[in-house]
Design a protein around this ligand. Structure first.
Ligand code: KE4
Length: 427
């Protein structure tokens, strides 16, 4: 596979951009090699600047559930651009997307548009603190909610002790109100709440973890979190930036037995344009400016260009048969990959919910951050590179999700399984 031009492009981009990329995971550090610079995308395929075509399972990290350059989304953007891209004043497009979200997501009665998932989670946490008058936040180890200072935290020494910064540049006291517990462990949440009596404003969680690979919640786990948080007046926040409109039109909360107080969205609701959103029950969201005293703002929040792309995407997803098709394609892929690892006697844990999936090179059941870490990431790197050479582009990290889109054909899935089988036979 010739990637001369990508290499040249990367050498140039590093002169002007940290690491040559505008988001760290794109620079292939986790898998080795140099990042590919993409020229174009169409449906399930992307083409890099050296002309190599790939079946794409990154989908821009989730947004492109319809596939690349979907005609409805492109037409919506082109049509809107002709009238101007942003006014800094209300447009009816914002109301139209908000109405689609309110009608789709059970927990959302009012929703505020922002420009990224990070803004959505940061703002939801601030609203929860303002609404409850409490400071502490419980987060789940291995769940990622964007680069919010308070959420870039790892577990402190005990359930009562505060979180510690998980990266440079975050002052210790910025995570001093953050408590970190394992995924799929409701008792740890109970103990942490008891040790921090009535100081906890909210618990934020990805209902299906999509930033340590893919990890579904244990049966009843989310319902337990709902019960525990309700008992203590703690707001339950589902970060559905990945799962929103991904695993169902109503998101993960419409598949499981727990309705949160607030939900964060992003990715798919922007149709590939920069959009995030946070919403929830009326009395909570009315604490947000200009009605309430929780301040949050954004120059390009709700801009018509991004709104029109999101509206086109959600209206397409609302059509009959969409999630059945996604389920069928993703199930075929997952079964093919499982057969391949079995056939070659490779220890693997395969996890999937709807059209988000990932398998780990481990013989453990992966149910939380700790078990996810038992995966052989060197083997994953070899697997990733082997697939790339065979025209299949998956996430350049074991701790991300793979995404099947509406544009992935049965033959794409068959080609992918054949490529994986070849790589796994050699790994
Ligand atoms: P953004 O600020 O990147 O739009 O969203 C942050 C975010 C919030 N919540 C969840 C559950 C997320 O997964 C994300 C961002 N996802 C990562 C990949 N898993 C985006 C890729 C990247 O960082 O470049």
């Amino acid at each position: 596979m010739n990637n001369t031009k990508s290499l040249e492009a990367w050498q140039k981009s590093q002169q002007f951009i940290p690491g040559g990329v505008n988001s760290p995971v794109r620079n292939f550090r986790a898998v080795g090699g140099n990042p590919l610079f993409i020229q174009s995308g169409n449906g399930s395929k992307i083409v890099d600047i050296d002309g190599n075509e790939y079946i794409d399972y990154v989908a821009s990290w989730g947004p492109l559930i319809l596939g690349h350059a979907h005609p409805r989304v492109v037409d919506a953007i082109n049509g809107t651009t002709a009238n101007g891209t942003s006014f800094g004043a209300p447009t009816t497009l914002e109301t139209e997307l908000a109405e689609l979200i309110v009608n789709a997501v059970p927990s959302i009665e009012l929703v505020r548009m922002v420009n990224s998932g990070t803004e959505a989670t940061m703002s939801a946490i601030r609203a929860a603190r303002g609404y409850t008058g409490r400071d502490k936040v419980i987060k789940i180890a291995g769940c990622y909610h964007g680069h919010v200072d308070a959420l870039l935290a790892k577990a402190g020494s005990g359930v009562a002790t505060f979180g510690l910064p998980d990266c440079e540049g975050v002052p210790t006291d910025f995570t001093s109100h953050t408590l970190v517990v394992p995924f799929n462990d409701a008792d740890a949440v109970r103990r942490t709440i008891e040790a921090n009596d009535s100081q906890v404003a909210c618990l934020i969680i990805e209902p299906i973890a999509g930033n340590m690979g893919v990890i579904p919640p244990h049966d009843g786990y989310l319902a337990e979190l709902r019960e525990i948080t309700s008992e203590h007046g703690i707001l339950l926040i589902f970060d559905e930036v990945i799962t929103g409109f991904r695993v169902a039109y109503g998101g993960a909360q419409s598949r499981y037995d727990a309705i949160p107080d607030m939900t964060c969205l992003g990715k798919i609701i922007g149709g590939g344009m920069p959009v995030g959103a946070y919403g929830g029950k009326k009395d909570i969201m009315q604490s947000v400016a200009p009605i309430g005293d929780v301040y949050q703002a954004g120059t390009l929040s709700g801009n018509p260009l991004a709104m029109s792309a999101g509206i086109a995407a959600l209206k397409t997803l609302a059509e009959p048969g969409v999630y059945e098709q996604l389920e069928g394609r993703a199930q075929a892929l997952a079964e093919g990959l499982r057969d391949a690892t079995d056939r070659h006697g490779i220890d693997a844990c395969h996890n999937r919910v709807g059209s988000m999936l990932m398998f780990y090179f481990t013989n453990n059941a992966v149910t939380d951050y700790e078990t996810a870490q038992t995966s052989d990431i060197n083997r994953f790197g070899t697997y990733f590179s082997g697939l790339l050479e065979r025209g299949v582009y998956i996430a350049p990290s074991q701790f991300e999700a793979g995404f099947v889109s509406l544009s992935h054909s049965q033959s794409d899935i068959e080609r992918t399984v054949r490529a994986a089988d070849e790589v796994l036979s050699r790994i």
